[in-house]
Design a protein around this ligand. Structure first.
Ligand code: AHM
Ligand code: MG
Length: 334
């Protein structure tokens, strides 16, 4: 059976008037970078890419070698393409305009180059998450403030998960589609068009070790999930936690579920662990485009007005009815 390649899909989206030629080329470049990151991740110890880089990012997190390598691959791949005005990354303190010697375009690219860093050294799935925004009109060289646009302004978002297969999941605002990397030819081939998350679920994903730090609404929501079929929810729930958001979200896009990284009082200065611009917004866009929902426990993620590039938010996403249920617990407690 001949499958639609990512290249053909993007050309057809352009012909249908859903994306511009510039956005098509930008996505193709990001996909090429993901292919390269996938190859690098796959080398593991043989490529000398495991372990710490010996540096930290702006959020005080130790960087892994692969965090730094993946960031460089994405920057390098996008530098000369001519479709971008600037990039911002979870691993860089500030956004960076495209080099002056190359042509510039009208898009802004944000990425978490290697999500799930704690899993790199143990051969568990990691991934790349990206989001594309438009450069605000009239801005010549964009700075950090120009990236502070709500998730509803995204023109494209996606992730690549580097697992048993490398899969790229993409939305340009007309459904969420999956492409699997054919490692022999180096091309992404469509393996699922129009992914749909089941509205109901019996599976949740959360790091339970933080339970004692959660707020009361969160405590009772999970307590009721754990109570099983004789409890208030009247059904038994299963639990999964991979600790790579890309892998947990990929499972949810495939078979449903709810993913939660709630606020906790371990560090009251942080309103959650995950980053709005690099993780919550792109994943929220992908999940909504697959019929799911994404909130911060109270409001829709995509409508949050960002105030800082590295802003953190609580994240509840996945099966629509379950996200609504979890959100109800929080709203009722306010
Ligand atoms: P990272 O971008 O630095 O890898 O951190 C984000 C990751 C997510 O992929 C994952 O859901 C979460 O952190 C896991 O956190 P924890 O180790 O607290 O369970
Ligand atoms: Mg991450």
């Amino acid at each position: 059976m001949s499958r639609t390649s990512l290249t053909r899909f993007l050309v057809e989206e352009q012909q249908a008037g859903r994306i511009t030629a510039d956005l098509r080329q930008l996505i193709a470049i990001v996909a090429r970078a993901c292919n390269l990151i996938s190859i690098t991740v796959g080398k593991g110890a043989l490529g000398g890419v495991l372990g710490d880089a010996g540096t930290g990012n702006i959020q005080g997190e130790a960087q892994k070698k692969l965090d730094v390598i993946s960031n460089d691959i994405l920057l390098e791949a996008n530098a000369w393409g001519g479709h971008l005005a600037a990039c911002a990354s979870e691993e860089m303190d500030h956004s960076t305009p495209m080099p002056a010697e190359y042509p510039h375009g009208d898009f802004l690219l944000l990425f978490d180059p290697l999500d799930g860093s704690s899993n790199i050294d143990v051969n568990v799935s990691v991934g790349t998450i990206f989001s594309v925004l438009r450069k605000p009109a009239g801005v010549e060289i964009p700075g950090d403030a120009d990236f502070l646009q709500p998730g509803t302004a995204q023109v494209a978002a996606g992730y690549a998960v580097y697992g048993p297969q490398t899969t790229l999941v993409l939305t340009v605002g007309h459904g969420t589609h999956a492409f699997t990397l054919d490692r022999e030819s180096g091309t992404f081939l469509m393996t699922q068009r129009g992914m749909q998350i089941p509205e109901d679920t019996k599976e949740f994903a959360i790091n339970m070790s933080n339970q004692r730090h959660w707020e009361p609404a969160m405590q009772s929501y999970v307590e009721h999930l754990l109570a099983g079929e004789t409890g208030p929810r009247g059904k038994n729930f299963n639990m999964r936690w991979i600790a790579s958001m890309v892998a947990d979200v990929h499972r949810i896009l495939t078979r449903g579920g709810i993913f939660i990284y709630p606020w906790d009082k371990k560090d009251p200065s942080k309103p959650g662990k995950l980053r709005l611009m690099y993780e919550a917004n792109p994943m929220g866009f992908l999940v909504e485009q697959a019929g799911g929902a994404a909130t911060n426990g109270r409001e829709r993620i995509l409508e949050i007005e960002p105030t800082a590039l590295h802003q953190r938010v609580p994240v509840f996403l996945g099966s629509k009815n379950e996200v609504a249920e979890a959100t109800r617990y929080h709203r009722n407690a306010d």
